[in-house]
Each structure stands twice: as C-alpha cells, then as structure tokens.
Design a protein around this ligand. Structure first.
Ligand code: IMP
Ligand code: MG
Length: 188
C-alpha cells in the first residue's frame, strides 16, 4: 500500500481530487534535496521555514539532506486580501537565530501571487545573509502578480486551491499525507 494513495485512502468531506499522493511527494522531495545539495557545494545550509504551511515539507526536506543543516522558523502575520506588495512585513514569530553571513534556503509552501516570498526575501536580506535561495513545494504561475520565481520548485500546478501536506483551508486539512484540490461548495 503506498502512502496517501487515492485508491486506499478514504477522502474527507470537501476533498475533490488528489493531485499528488504520498509516494509522489516523497520521491519529489528526495529529488529536490539532491538538486539543492548539488547546487549548494560545501557551504553550510541555514533553512528558514515559513510557518505554518511549509512545516511538513521542511521537516521532510531537511531530513533528506546529506549535509548538516540549521533550521529556523518564522511566521508572518496574515494580511488578508491586501492588494499591494508588503515592503515591511510583520512577524508574529521572527527568526530566533542570526543569519548574517549564512547561506539561507527559504522554504515556503506555495508561490502564488509572489507577494509573500518577495517580501520575505527583502526582510531576510536586511539581516545580511551571504546568499538566499528559495524553495517552494508548489508553484501556481498563473496567479503571479510580482515578478519572482523560486530557485527550486516541487510541483507546478494549475490555478486551483489545494490543501494537504501542510497546506490548509481555514486551518483544516494540513495533516493530510497528500496534496488535493478542495470543493469549497462542500465545506461548511
Ligand atoms: P502569495 O503571497 O500570494 O504568493 O501567497 C502565498 C501564500 O498564500 C501561501 O504561503 C499560502 O499560505 C497561501 N496560499 C496560496 N494558494 C494557496 C492554496 O491553493 N492553498 C492553500 N494556501 C494557499
Ligand atoms: Mg503560507
């Protein structure tokens, strides 16, 4: 039985269809860790995990690196539907560690309009790391509003709302072991 296999998993109410099952995710995360470590060379790796959406992804990715890694987390405050780029993001949980002079891998769940990632990069740059590279589990290029691409992408997906493997809809579905589309009309 493969993990998160649609044929062996009963789908919760509101889940429409599975885009990537647990096995597909595990394979892709292993490949991503390999590409990132090849690109990284001998520099130390300081992972910055953006809570809460990239918690599951970061935990799996970090454990597949052959190198020693540092892991820190930050949590940005929610900005709702604000339609301008956030030049000075605020954090309900800022970084604990000093990233000055370090090679940072910023890990987020999904690159959508691009506002979150670009404001996070500006914020981290002000702390003088030696470099910042970005890794996102999912990329929805159709929705981009800011001119930004991630250095490493797990999967490119169409313009659909997805949940699972850390991603939520109103704090639900984060612990699903697969990535699925939701049918918002079936969610109370
Ligand atoms: P951006 O600033 O529009 O790129 O926002 C990215 C953030 O929006 C992600 O980190 C998620 O928290 C959230 N988001 C965007 N699309 C989805 C989705 O399909 N499912 C769950 N969260 C999403
Ligand atoms: Mg997020």
């Amino acid at each position: 039985m493969s993990k998160g296999d649609p044929k062996t998993t009963q789908l919760p109410d509101g889940i429409d269809s599975i885009l990537f099952d647990g096995t597909a995710i595990e394979n892709r995360v292993r490949d991503l860790a390999k590409s990132i470590s090849e690109d990284w060379g001998s520099e130390g790796l300081a992972i910055v995990c953006v809570l809460t959406g990239s918690l599951v992804f970061t935990a799996d990715l970090a454990r597949k690196f052959p190198l020693q890694v540092e892991i820190d987390c930050l949590r940005m405050e929610s900005y709702g539907n604000q339609s301008i780029a956030i030049s000075d993001p605020r954090f309900s949980a800022p970084l604990k560690n000093n990233i000055e002079g370090k090679s940072v891998l910023l890990v987020d769940d999904i690159l959508d309009t691009g506002r979150t990632l670009s404001s996070l990069i500006s914020y981290l740059n002000r702390q003088n790391p030696s470099s910042i590279r970005t890794c996102v589990l999912l990329d929805k290029p159709a929705r981009r509003e800011v001119d930004i691409e991630a250095d490493f992408v797990g999967f490119t997906i169409p313009d659909k709302f997805v949940v699972g493997y850390g991603l939520d809809y109103a704090e639900r579905f984060r612990a699903l072991p697969y990535i699925a589309t939701v049918d918002l009309s079936k969610i109370q």
